[in-house]
Design a protein around this ligand. Structure first.
Ligand code: HXC
Length: 258
């Protein structure tokens, strides 16, 4: 797929910037958005020239949720039988880092999409919420789980049971976002952060991402073992030799990705 209709993809040196672009529906996530996003991310993950991706939306909305109009006519058999939203699990399996740059509404599936990314940079205008209960449903792309991991039981429970939104400052205090930046600077700051990551040794980037994610899947002792194995493995890379030599010689490292 080359010409997308619901997203824009732009490469800025080693950073892939993906912008959701369905303004009439506040970037609601329909099947076409999912297909296009998965295609763009697979291309990003496979491209040795690319090191980190940023996903953003518009000033008004990162994404206002799964597309309610697309879902409204679906029944249980269709939803369950086709495992309708399971494609999003593929999104979360992207190996290289993906940063969410969120301005405006990140609601329902939009909040879940942001949380599937490796971290969230928020504009001061960002609003996060899981309002599905108001539609008599629930989060379905991992929101109840990832939100509880990110902000703890009390806030996650209040948010999913009442549907209330959380502003950027509360989200930062609660640990949902890594940083708040002025809305006008959001995309540039996210791309700059992504460029920093994309400038690191590629195998170390994959390993560091993988080990932090392991903290959410494994008991502590097993996670520490997992970290140690990856750490030891990095000592088999040319880039480790180069990285440490470059430090001693007071020069930047030149990475081979090997
Ligand atoms: C489809 C949507 C939409 C959505 C907004 N729109 N959100 N269409 N799906 N999730 C459309 C509106 O219908 C409207 O289209 C246009 O976008 C502008 O929206 P308005 O409501 O007019 O804008 P505003 O008054 O500024 O209100 C913004 C808003 C509101 C607060 C974000 O749009 C809203 O509450 N949206 C729904 C949020 C939500 O419930 N999200 C969770 C969805 S369920 P028209 O054609 O009328 O101009 C979900 C399930 C996840 O995400 C689990 C999946 C497995």
């Amino acid at each position: 797929m080359s010409a997308y209709e619901t997203i824009h993809v732009e490469q800025r040196e080693r950073v892939t910037l993906i912008t959701l672009d369905r303004p009439k529906a506040l970037n609601a996530l329909n099947a076409q958005v999912l297909a296009e996003l998965l295609d763009a991310l697979a291309a990003f993950d496979a491209d040795e020239g690319q090191g980190c991706a940023v996903i953003t939306g518009s000033e008004k909305a990162f994404a206002a949720g799964a597309d309610i109009k697309e879902m409204s006519a679906m029944g249980f058999a269709e939803m369950y039988g086709s495992n309708h939203f399971s494609g999003w699990e593929q999104f979360a399996r992207t190996r290289k880092p993906v940063i969410a740059a969120v301005a405006g509404y990140a609601l329902g599936g939009g909040c879940e999409l942001a949380m599937m990314c490796d971290f969230i940079l928020a504009a001061d205008t960002a609003q996060f919420g899981q309002p599905e209960i108001k539609l008599a449903v629930s989060p379905g792309m991992g929101g109840s789980q990832r939100l509880a991991h990110a902000v703890g039981k009390a806030k996650a429970m209040e948010m999913v049971l009442t549907g209330r939104m959380m502003g950027a400052e509360e989200a930062e205090r609660a640990g949902l976002v890594s940083r708040i930046v002025p809305a006008a600077d959001l995309v540039e700051e996210a791309v700059k952060t992504a460029a920093t990551i994309a400038g690191m040794a590629p195998l170390a980037v994959l390993a560091n991402k993988e080990m932090v994610n392991a903290a959410f899947e494994m008991p502590l002792a097993q996670g520490v073992q997992f970290e140690r194995r990856l750490f030891n493995g990095l000592f088999g890379s040319d880039d480790q030799t180069e990285g440490m030599a470059a430090f001693v010689e007071k020069r930047p490292g030149q990475w081979k990705g090997k």
